[in-house]
Write a protein that binds this ligand. Structure first.
Ligand code: R5P
Length: 222
């Protein structure tokens, strides 16, 4: 059985050209990307990199990729990241691994965002996956009540994020219109981030049965 996560990740390494500042996403698919990119770096590819999680930074450094402090970085050329769901509008749900806030910040700083995934992540419309919402602990009950008013049942994760915040995983009986939901979450004090990526994704490498397909969003977002 082909390893489709690995194949998608390895194909996306072709996006990385010398001199780029690359954002490393988070997750099991990105782990393959980091390993494949590290092999290119060992062969002499000169890049700089930032990471969207402590876990990805650690994996990259161990593999020989130097990681810059994103706090000192205003612009990234390319971020390569995984997704929990991706639909034909290039709307994505992300954050099952808890890195959604840093992923969204680095994506916003990036000129291009490429998603890597196996075909299990491809859906007709996002919304079946749990939607992670990163919440400052002080606002836990308030944000949970706001999510309930939006139609979601929430479960709080046991662990905190790299930012010291908690995550409420939201499941909706009926998934709202994604832009309306994003607007409502963005307008809720205490919500530090959420897993809806509606404008960020420019392209995707999706593998199914050992075959990788590159999908390019029709109009660019910037
Ligand atoms: O916080 C985690 C990220 O958004 C991941 O990129 C996403 O959950 C996909 O992870 P995986 O490649 O492990 O399925």
């Amino acid at each position: 059985m082909p390893n489709d996560k690995r194949l998608a990740a390895e194909a996306a390494v072709a996006e990385v050209t010398p001199g780029l500042l690359v954002g490393l996403g988070t997750g099991s698919t990105v782990a393959y990307f980091i390993d494949a990119l590290a092999a290119r770096v060992r062969d002499g590819l000169a890049i700089r990199a930032v990471a969207t999680s402590l876990a990805s930074a650690e994996r990259a450094r161990a593999a020989g990729i130097a990681i810059d402090d994103f706090a000192d970085v205003a612009h990234v050329d390319l971020i390569v990241d995984g997704a929990d769901e991706l639909d034909p509008h290039f709307y994505a749900i992300k954050g099952a691994g808890g890195a959604l806030l840093r992923e969204k910040i680095v994506a916003a700083a990036s000129a291009r965002m490429v998603v890597i995934a196996d075909s299990s992540k491809q859906v007709a419309a996002i919304g079946a996956a749990k939607l992670p919402v990163e919440v400052i602990p002080f606002a836990r009950a308030f944000v949970a009540a706001r999510l309930a008013a939006l139609g979601a049942a929430t479960i709080q994760r046991d662990s905190l994020t790299d930012n010291g915040n908690l995550i409420l995983d939201a499941r909706f009986a009926t998934f709202p219109e994604p832009r309306d939901l994003a607007r409502a979450l963005d307008a809720t004090p205490g919500v530090m981030g959420h897993g809806l990526f509606l404008d960020e994704v420019d392209a995707a490498y999706v593998a199914q049965g050992g075959v990788v397909t590159r999908l390019e969003r029709a109009a660019t977002r910037r």
